[in-house]
Design a protein around this ligand. Structure first.
Ligand SMILES: [Zn+2]
Length: 165
């Protein structure tokens, strides 16, 4: 798995804001405008992907978030562990879905890719953007306290958050 390559280091929470960049899965070539993603209908406009009306005759290309989903290569990983997760799973996931809706409305490329159960008391949430991984884990931490740790891979701009409740 690509994400298991080297380059991971622990990151303090206050360091995050300066480190993370949006849209880390950019294509090398500049896209012509207007272009839209046939999968999710995001529109590339003014140099960034956003939600909006698709212009007639617009070019088509997969947006970075849909490419990550196709490649099964998340930018963010949030692991939630502990007995608290097992007993409050639905409530926690509702909070996470709300955070996603909020972030995605502003930043079209920040989306949840998958939510999987891990062992008996864990959940792994993968995201198409590092900001959403941070937002989700901060929201869980703010709501339920517990322990939150980050690992960051600067070379590939990948974020791993581990929360234990
Ligand atoms: Zn898309």
């Amino acid at each position: 798995m690509k994400a298991d390559r080297g380059g991971w280091r622990p990151l303090r929470r206050e360091e995050l804001r300066d480190e993370l960049v949006h849209d880390s899965y950019k294509s090398k070539r500049k896209l012509s405008e207007p272009t839209y993603c046939p999968e999710c209908n995001a529109v590339y406009h003014s140099g960034r992907w956003q939600w909006g009306a698709v212009a007639t005759g617009a070019h088509q290309t997969l947006c970075p978030a849909c490419r990550r989903t196709h490649d099964k290569f998340p930018a963010g990983y949030v692991t939630l562990k502990g007995e608290f997760v097992a007993t409050n799973r639905d409530e926690i996931l509702q909070l996470i879905r709300n955070r996603e809706a909020h972030e995605k409305a502003e930043h079209a490329l920040e989306r949840i890719m998958s939510i999987e159960d891990v062992n008996d008391d864990g959940v792994l949430i993968t995201t198409t953007g590092t900001h959403l991984a941070r937002d989700i884990s901060e929201a869980v931490h703010a709501a339920y306290k517990g322990e939150l740790q980050y690992h960051y891979n600067k070379e590939e701009n990948l974020l791993r958050a581990s929360w234990t409740g």
